[in-house]
Design a protein around this ligand. Structure first.
Ligand code: SF4
Ligand code: SF4
Length: 303
């Protein structure tokens, strides 16, 4: 098959992104992830299949979508629409009826070439440092599609960044590495049992893959969400820095303080936020984290 025609499922393509790699970028978010991190801020990214998404803060409770549903999947409750997701076949009739854009289908199948065409719209803004980032969801779960997007980007002189949890087969990883200029690579928890408890999967594959990418010489930024009560104690940060020294000593460590930005999205796709009440990091804790990681000779930042 022509690689440009390889299909994948995308839940968002974000233009003018400044947090997904160097410079101005367009980020292609693929849908579906084998992990289910309790703090995930993109719950709509977890399910591989398209889903009906309901933005209840935009809903005016007019009820006009209800009669339009051929499956009888919609009803009005005290707190907005109730969606019977077992009945919904994603026909989109309710989406078309809603004037307030409270309903949408999250997830769309497209070819690598179609995704690239969106990326290419902003080529003039990338200059020499920006480009395309593929993120998720988990890119290793759609490796052929992501590799094809990157391949087209490289053929057109566009920089590529692969944003991954690292949980996937070596074969999938190699496909993406062939066309990736850099990696954003997550490091969440170092104890595999704890990793499984909080993310749904163990971490051995992730660490093995990290070493493999780092040894290839492709630049790596290690992204660490620092979550109080989960992985943000001083001991945890020391262990994380030691692990980076062992597996990817040339990587930049980019720590991100925990936030609840994604909490309200859970209801949109019929999920519940499973994260217990967790405080944000204080400025003092952030400064201390930087101090610890720097003491290992690692380049690091925190946001
Ligand atoms: S989702 Fe849209 S059409 Fe349906 S009740 Fe809300 S505002 Fe009305
Ligand atoms: S997408 Fe179709 S089946 Fe699903 S709730 Fe809307 S109208 Fe009903």
């Amino acid at each position: 098959m022509d690689y440009k025609q390889i299909k994948g499922t995308v839940f968002n393509i974000q233009r003018y992104s400044i947090d997904d790699g160097p410079g101005v970028r367009t980020t292609v978010f693929v849908k579906g992830c084998p992990l289910s991190c309790k703090w995930c801020s993109n719950p709509e990214s977890q399910c591989f299949a398209p889903q009906l998404s309901y933005r209840y803060t935009s809903c005016k409770r007019c009820g006009k979508c209800i009669d339009k549903c051929p499956q009888g999947a919609l009803s009005m409750g005290e707190d907005g629409l109730i969606i019977d997701r077992e009945k919904c076949d994603l026909c989109g009739a309710c989406v078309k009826k809603c004037l307030y854009e409270a309903l949408s289908i999250s997830g769309k199948e497209m070819t690598a070439e179609e995704a690239y065409k969106v990326v290419a719209r902003d080529k003039d803004y990338y200059e020499n440092i920006g480009g395309c980032t593929c993120s998720g969801g988990e890119i290793l779960a759609q490796a052929d599609f992501v590799a094809a997007i990157f391949r087209i980007c490289k053929e057109n002189g566009i920089h590529t960044n692969a944003d991954t949890s690292g949980f996937g087969s070596r074969e999938a990883l190699k496909k993406i590495m062939e066309y990736a200029d850099m990696f954003y690579y997550d490091l969440k928890l170092l104890n595999s049992e704890k990793h499984k408890e909080w993310t749904g999967v163990p971490n051995e594959i992730i660490l093995d893959n990290l070493r493999y990418v780092a040894e290839s010489g492709i630049p790596v930024v290690i992204r660490v969400p620092l979550i109080p009560g989960v992985n943000a104690s001083e001991e945890d940060i020391h262990n994380m820095a030691k692990t980076v020294c062992e597996y990817a000593p040339n990587a930049l460590v980019s720590m991100l303080g925990y936030h609840e930005y994604g909490k309200n999205k859970y209801r949109m796709v019929g999920m519940e936020y499973a994260m217990p009440e967790t405080p944000s990091l204080t400025e003092e804790e952030k400064a201390r984290a930087l101090e610890i990681v720097s003491s290992y000779g690692l380049e690091c930042k925190i946001s």
